[in-house]
Each structure stands twice: as structure tokens, then as C-alpha cells.
Design a protein around this ligand. Structure first.
Ligand code: HEM
Length: 183
């Protein structure tokens, strides 16, 4: 498998960044949503893993945008839906990129609004610039939840579209994001 994209699909770097982001988002969302169901004593560790995955999502996004400049996308697979579906898919990609940034940023703002430091992968901490503000933290939590849920809903639609291409339209759209041996 080559590192770079080619006419038949995405290279190993783009695929790794794509699937790792998807996996991290899913686990971060599950941990955030069900954090209250963990035993009280485990909550700080769950939150630490949640924040680390969220920060990793933001870091992967930056690497991804840089890589996208270095290794531009190839034309999409031939599909029965025509060019409008390419435009829709591209619009969806940029909305997802926006949410991949806004989700983690709102999480960091939430932690700061609680007056808490943000641990960066356990290596060091960024101290909150603010003192605890309950009302602000409550509002930011709602925004964080809204952005996280929007990300999950749109990512699910994005995945459903890929499955539609594969199983109904029977084109190469999904295969382009899978290891070459499967194409
Ligand atoms: C893509 C990345 C992320 C996703 C999908 C995500 C998702 C979520 C979700 C669904 C919740 C539950 C919200 C609620 O029930 O009101 C939550 C809570 C939270 N998130 Fe995130 N989050 C992400 C990144 C981050 C980051 C980077 C941080 C901070 C560094 C963070 C900090 C928090 C905090 C402090 C909570 C509240 C947990 C509690 O109830 O004590 N999140 N997140």
C-alpha cells in the first residue's frame, strides 16, 4: 500500500487519519454521553480519557488538513448519482471538519469555565485562565453537547452514504477508503 493518494483511492496516511479520527470521535462521544453511568470514583479517569481522545481528534484534524494540502484528493469514483453527490459529499466533509474542531474547542472552554486545567495527554496541563463560573459552564456544556451530537449525527449520515454507495449503487466510493487489497 502506498502512503499517498492515487487514482484508485486514498493512500495509507489519509486512510489512517480518517479511521483513527472516526474511532476516537465515537469513543469520546460514548464516554462523554455515559460518564454519569460510571462509578463516581472512575469519573475523573473517564473524563481524562475523554479529553485526551477529544484533543487527539483536534490534533489529527490539523495533521489531516496539512496532509490534504501536501497530497491533494483525486477525482471521486464514478457514481450513478452524478456530480451533485460529489458536491454534497464535499460540503459534508467541510462541515464535519468544522465540527471536529468546534467539538474539542468547546470541550476545552467547558473545562476552563469550570476553573479546571486541561491535561494534555498526561504530559502537562494548561491552567484555566478563568475562575469557576457555574452559569457559564452550564451554557458551554449545552453547546458542547449540541456540537458533539451534531458531529455524531452527520458522521452517521456520512457513513450511511458510504454504505449506500457500496451496497446499493455498487460503486467504488467506500473501497477507496479501504486498504488496497480490498479494492
Ligand atoms: C470530538 C471530540 C469530543 C466529543 C465528541 C465530545 C463529546 C462529549 C459529550 C457527548 C459529552 C456529554 C455532554 C452532556 O451530557 O451534557 C461531553 C462532556 C464533556 N466533555 Fe467532551 N467531547 C469531545 C472533546 C472534548 C475535549 C477536547 C474536552 C476538554 C479538553 C472535553 C471536555 C468535556 C467535559 C469537561 C465534559 C463534561 C463531563 C461531565 O459531565 O463531567 N470534551 N463531551
Amino acid at each position: 500500500m502506498t502512503l499517498r493518494n492515487d487514482k484508485t483511492g486514498y493512500g495509507a496516511v489519509a486512510q489512517t487519519l480518517h479511521w483513527a479520527s472516526g474511532f476516537f470521535v465515537l469513543v469520546a462521544w460514548l464516554l462523554g454521553t455515559f460518564i454519569d453511568d460510571f462509578p463516581k470514583a472512575a469519573e475523573p479517569s473517564v473524563l481524562f480519557v475523554h479529553m485526551s481522545l477529544g484533543l487527539a481528534v483536534a490534533a489529527l484534524l490539523l495533521v489531516r488538513l496539512g496532509w490534504r494540502l501536501a497530497d491533494p484528493l483525486q477525482p471521486s469514483a464514478e457514481t450513478a448519482l452524478g456530480p451533485w453527490s460529489d458536491r454534497l459529499a464535499l460540503l459534508m466533509q467541510w462541515i464535519l471538519y468544522g465540527l471536529l474542531l468546534a467539538g474539542p474547542v468547546s470541550g476545552v472552554v467547558l473545562e476552563f469555565a469550570r476553573g479546571q486545567p486541561v491535561p494534555v495527554f498526561g504530559l502537562f496541563e494548561i491552567t484555566s485562565p478563568w475562575t469557576r463560573d457555574r452559569a457559564f459552564a452550564k451554557s458551554v456544556k449545552e453547546v458542547h453537547e449540541l456540537l458533539a451530537d451534531a458531529l455524531m449525527i452527520l458522521a452517521s449520515l456520512h457513513a450511511a452514504a458510504a454504505l449506500l454507495h457500496h451496497y446499493v449503487l455498487k460503486d467504488a466510493t467506500l473501497l477507496r477508503m479501504l486498504p488496497r487489497a480490498r479494492r
